[in-house]
Design a protein around this ligand. Structure first.
Ligand SMILES: [Zn+2]
Length: 265
């Protein structure tokens, strides 16, 4: 089996995780910028984080033979202070020429506040200005449905080409909104919260295998860096053909990510 892990926060993982992912057939890891398990206290904290994502983490992954790519942004969890958010966004262009940067992400909403929306719109503008694809984080639990609708509206208002956008952390009640509007959809597999593998496969069987990917998110919380592989094995148990499994865990992410010229396997 070979697969792409299209959304993983490797800065919070150990080398053991890299080793296991390499052994399981991981051919590329993509790491969106997000919360790091703590709020950063300054713009310089973000500059260091962007250096970590564009310089140090690719070198760490390379030791295990896995290409590492990244997305840059300020995440919605730390974007409530609009002045601070604006300052952080202003340093992102310093890093956009780095060879492993794929686009802007994961931007989106956390608590669906007006301030978060201002920074979301600013970063959609940054992606359009630099002609980059976008990776979107949708809020959790009771905020997800409203947040997904607000995000889709923001993309439409900015006239973003939906082929160039993946909206992640979809669930049963948001998949249709995202796919019908022409966007790509991501499912995040978590052992506790979010989607379990069984739920994710139900979603695939309901909404189809087109324009959809699965990821493990594997971050600072309880999460499983091998979730995508485990879900693929579960798909085989449910008698999905090898080619279908391969499409979801390798071909689909490759197609979406290849819109960025920096994504080379
Ligand atoms: Zn994430």
């Amino acid at each position: 089996m070979h697969y792409i892990e299209p959304h993983a926060h490797m800065v919070s993982r150990t080398t053991d995780d890299y080793q296991k992912m390499a052994q399981a057939g991981c051919r590329a890891i993509c790491e969106p910028a997000f919360w790091a398990g703590f709020d950063r206290g300054s713009v310089e904290g973000f500059r260091d984080y962007y250096r970590q994502l564009t310089e140090y983490e690719p070198a760490r992954a390379a030791k295990f033979g896995i290409p590492h790519f990244t997305w840059l942004c300020i995440n919605p969890k730390e974007a409530e202070d609009v002045g601070f958010g604006h300052e952080v966004v202003s340093i992102i262009p310093e890093f956009l020429d780095k060879p492993t940067v794929l686009g802007i992400g994961e931007i989106g909403l956390n608590k669906n506040t007006r301030n978060e929306q201002v920074i979301l719109e600013e970063q959609i503008g940054l992606a359009l200005e630099h002609d980059l694809p976008i990776l979107v984080h949708t809020p959790h639990l009771e905020d997800k449905l409203k947040g997904t609708r607000l995000i889709v509206d923001a993309m439409k208002n900015a006239q973003v080409n939906p082929d160039r956008v993946i909206i992640d952390h979809i669930e049963e009640h948001t998949a249709r909104i995202v796919l019908d509007a022409g966007f790509w959809a991501g499912m995040t597999l978590y052992p506790e919260s979010k989607c379990t593998p069984a739920r994710a496969i139900d979603i695939l069987e309901t909404f189809g295998m087109e324009r959809i990917w699965m990821n493990s998110a594997c971050d600072w919380g309880i999460s499983d860096p091998l979730a995508v592989v485990k879900c693929a094995l579960e798909m085989k148990k449910r008698h999905h053909a090898e080619a279908v499994v391969q499409k979801v865990i390798f071909d689909n992410p490759k197609t979406f990510l290849s819109q960025s010229p920096n994504f080379q396997l």
